[in-house]
Design a protein around this ligand. Structure first.
Ligand SMILES: NC(=O)C1=CN([C@@H]2O[C@H](COP(=O)(O)OP(=O)(O)OC[C@H]3O[C@@H](n4cnc5c(N)ncnc54)[C@H](OP(=O)(O)O)[C@@H]3O)[C@@H](O)[C@H]2O)C=CC1
Ligand SMILES: O=C1OC[C@@H](O)[C@H](O)[C@H]1O
Length: 361
């Protein structure tokens, strides 16, 4: 039963793919640390049958059962839906967001937020005009593990001056067996290892090198110089390497690979400072559970975290708390930060030769 002290948020889920299944499964987990009550009010799908099958498979015991719609528009017009979760491929995020905003719905939209920075700005301008809450679902930033690393590195100076970060996210996405219907293969759907998984490596570079934005909104951080290259297959970047270079000399190397032949998934991040390092195994992926603090002359210290399910509920809690407080954006993932990330991705794609048909000419 919902408790009175916590805000309650009624979610409308847009799309019934992989990430939507992870999201709803996480929201119904009973957690001690829950900061909000989440109700899955409605599911919107391109087809009523798909929507019903989604509920039968992923929410069989939820009572009352969510309303199922064979369209996204019915989610936006449902008066019982407070917030919309958008789990479509990147190429549809702009339209889905604009449609939801026009009906005054709050939004949590999957990463990457849009295909490019121009689209992201259009969405935030519409949200501002309508007075609607919007946040990019960059879930990694909401992990207690990440907040702990940020405190150790940027508040406690546990590794001295931060010098550089090296991070990688690589996994074989079996692109050879996928057709043009796949969002990982079709450029008009936003196919790109950079936008799919490289964004995590970029995010870990930012987490390791930059002061966190915190709960109070601040000016956008410095936009580091970006040096990047990509390996293309039929126009899709299957591998991308980025170097982020900050004005004071800090650097990050952030890489991604989703092509055929990546036999062992590689997910790591190492944050190096003048006095020590933090090594996150699984860190460039979205789901690490531990990290090690290494300092010269001191025994390594391992930090472990419990994470029932995937861990998508922390970002959902943040959305519920923001909306309850009347905020329109989130302090950890504010609009300016989403735009800055999109601009870094745009620049990486420009250097790597990755072009979406929807990009401005
Ligand atoms: N945070 C995370 O860890 C993850 C985030 N993501 C992000 O979530 C988004 C969706 O990814 P994922 O769930 O893997 O994608 P899927 O292909 O599994 O699902 C996408 C869903 O979007 C809907 N859709 C609408 N139009 C299309 C179309 N033309 N082609 C394909 N799907 C369409 C469909 O739902 P329906 O038919 O019901 O409308 C489909 O099931 C991406 O932006 C991705 O980056 C993905 C995985 C993990
Ligand atoms: O965000 C993601 O993380 C896990 C991957 O499987 C997925 O393709 C990607 O979108």
């Amino acid at each position: 039963m919902p408790s009175d002290e916590k805000p309650t948020l009624r979610w409308g889920i847009v799309a019934t793919g992989l990430i939507s299944s992870w999201f709803v499964a996480d929201l119904i987990i009973d957690r001690e640390d829950a900061q909000a009550n989440h109700i899955i009010q409605a599911i919107g799908s391109s087809s009523l049958e798909k929507g019903k099958a989604f509920v039968a498979k992923h929410l069989p015991n939820v009572s009352p059962a969510p309303t199922v719609y064979g369209s996204y528009d019915e989610i936006y017009t449902d008066p019982n839906v407070d917030a919309v979760y958008i789990g479509t491929p990147h190429a549809f995020h702009k339209k889905n967001c604009l449609d939801a905003i026009s009906h005054g719905k709050s939004i949590l939209c999957e990463k990457t937020f849009t295909l490019n920075a121009v689209e992201a700005k259009e969405v935030f301008e519409a949200a501002k005009a309508k007075g609607v809450f919007v946040m990019e679902a960059m879930w990694t930033r909401f992990f207690p593990l990440v907040k702990t690393i940020q405190k150790l590195v940027h508040e406690d100076n546990a590794i001295g001056h931060v010098l550089r970060v090296i991070c990688d996210f690589a996994m074989d996405q079996h692109l050879d067996s996928k057709g043009q219907e796949s969002r990982l293969k079709n450029l008009s759907l936003g196919a790109s290892s950079l936008l799919d998984i490289g964004i995590y490596s970029l995010t870990w570079g930012i987490i390791g090198l930059e002061q966190p934005l915190g709960d109070t909104l601040k000016e956008a951080q410095e936009k580091p110089r970006m040096l990047a290259t990509s390996t293309l297959s039929e126009g899709v970047d299957v591998a991308t390497s980025m170097i982020l270079h900050y004005s004071d000399g800090r650097q990050a190397i952030a890489t991604s690979h989703s092509g055929v032949g990546v036999r062992t998934p590689s997910n790591f991040c190492r944050i190096e400072g003048s006095e020590g390092s933090i090594v996150v195994d699984g860190g460039a992926a979205s789901v690490p559970n531990s990290f090690v603090l290494q300092k010269r002359g001191i025994e390594d210290q391992k930090f472990e975290f419990k994470r029932p399910g995937k861990g998508l509920y922390w970002e959902a809690d943040a959305v519920a708390l923001d909306i309850a407080a009347g905020r329109k954006e989130n302090g950890t993932m504010p609009w300016a930060e989403t735009i800055r990330v999109m601009e870094l991705l745009d620049e990486t794609r420009r250097q790597g030769g990755v072009v979406f048909p929807q990009d401005p000419q």
